[in-house]
Design a protein. Structure first.
Length: 430
């Protein structure tokens, strides 16, 4: 009997050992499978994202930096080729003084940017308009008209803003976002208002980064606010006319001032801040995350990368939807107020200015009221002018708004055009 009991216990002990070996094998195999899956997820994340140079988080991008440079530069180089074929001068040949000024300002901003290791080139083209742009490559294109309108600190704010678009991967991010929206058949992202709102939020981010660059490079960080305050006085906000892919001028001026209030501590007039590079990662606007995923590929890094990317995309999506809704609500309010305003009189002041008298019949007190007029000449060219009412507008009040034409245009010419007044903007008094 003892022999049989010993044999039985021995068999059970052997079976237990076998079972333990089998479980160990399964766990090892399972870990290897999980590691393989995690590595696959990491590879997927690497293929459709890149590390945000500002925050350290992942952002959508299906093109690597070399591809972005090639694609972006190809567009600009083709544009420059067309300019020369049409006999238009560029850079110093166009305006030596303004181009040298642009290069001098650029050479202060670019070396303290997140892309200082890349060889960039500023380009000056023959346009009267107030504009500058980048295409995700290593060119920054500036219109001559903008250079003539801005002082050095204001040009620096624009240059910083444009570099920031590429730093924050906005061009590639938008392209990838549009591609994914097609694949997912999202109805929201196909709306014009949503697309404008998505770009609107990218513009706000570029403003913040650009203002920090200005301060670190020794340019007045309040210059950006001055630009948009001046644009507001000259152009208003056009809040009810269309969906805005840029912040309206008044809001942009206010936010730019708020950012300048924060980063002014880094400003050394005319001098680059000696801690500029360190401050790019850790400053009052953001703290860069150095370990964005926690683990490497095969150790949870893949899952973390996918989850962090998904969270980031959903956050951006929600921000765009909220901005789209906000813009729609504000535009609806302005249009409803416009129906409560009646034009009673127009009076010429001189050859280039006139005054209008209005009656407001609404029940809500208003402030920051801006009235606009759209004019179209016989060739289809459109002009837009605005007049501001100062102070609070009370229910039932009659009020005056004056307008002034741009240089080179007279009231006699305006009277031959098709014109239409509209309420450019108004806010309720709270």
């Amino acid at each position: 009997m003892k022999v049989f009991q010993y044999l039985s216990l021995s068999c059970r002990a052997g079976s237990l050992k076998v079972l333990m070996v089998l479980l160990g094998t399964l766990l090892i195999s399972g870990c290897q499978v999980l590691q393989s899956i995690d590595k696959g997820l990491y590879d997927v994340a690497e293929a459709v994202t890149e590390t945000d140079r500002v925050t350290g988080q992942r952002s959508l991008s299906t093109a690597n930096r070399n591809q972005q440079i090639a694609q972006g530069n190809q567009y600009v180089e083709k544009m420059l080729q067309n300019e020369r074929q049409k006999g238009r001068k560029v850079d110093a040949a166009l305006d030596a003084r303004q181009y040298q000024r642009l290069v001098r300002i650029f050479d202060r901003i670019h070396p303290i940017s997140h892309l200082r290791q890349e060889r960039w080139k500023p380009v000056l083209i023959d346009r009267d308009s107030f504009n500058a742009f980048t295409t995700g490559g290593t060119y920054i294109v500036v219109h001559l008209g903008l250079m003539k309108q801005l002082n050095d600190a204001e040009v620096a704010a624009v240059v910083g803003h444009e570099i920031a678009h590429t730093v924050a991967n906005h061009v590639a991010e938008r392209q990838t976002h549009q591609q994914l929206s097609v694949l997912t058949s999202s109805s929201a992202v196909r709306r014009q208002g949503y697309q404008a709102a998505f770009t609107h939020e990218r513009e706000r981010e570029a403003d913040r980064i650009g203002i920090l660059y200005s301060a670190l490079a020794g340019y007045d960080p309040y210059a950006a606010s001055h630009i948009w305050q001046r644009q507001y006085l000259q152009q208003g906000n056009a809040r009810s006319l269309f969906a805005h892919d840029h912040p309206v001028n008044a809001e942009r001026a206010a936010e730019a001032k708020a950012v300048a209030d924060k980063v002014k501590q880094y400003y050394r007039p005319g001098q680059v801040n000696p801690r500029a590079h360190a401050l790019l990662d850790n400053n009052v606007l953001w703290q860069k995350r150095s370990n964005r995923h926690g683990d490497s590929a095969g150790e949870g890094g893949g899952l973390a990368a996918i989850l962090s990317t998904a969270v980031g995309v959903m956050s951006e999506h929600q921000q765009a939807k909220q901005e789209e809704y906000r813009q729609a609500q504000q535009a609806q309010f302005v249009r409803s107020v416009q129906q409560q305003m009646r034009l009673e009189e127009q009076r010429r002041l001189n050859d280039r200015s006139w005054q209008t008298r209005w009656h407001y019949t609404g029940r809500v007190s208003l402030h920051k009221v801006v009235v606009g007029i759209i004019a179209r000449d016989s060739k289809g060219k459109t002009y837009r002018f605005v007049g501001h009412h100062k102070g609070v507008l009370r229910p039932g009040q009659r009020f005056n708004v004056s307008f002034m034409l741009n240089k080179g245009l007279t009231l006699n010419q305006l009277e031959k055009m098709q014109t239409q007044y509209y309420l450019d903007d108004a806010l309720p008094v709270r």
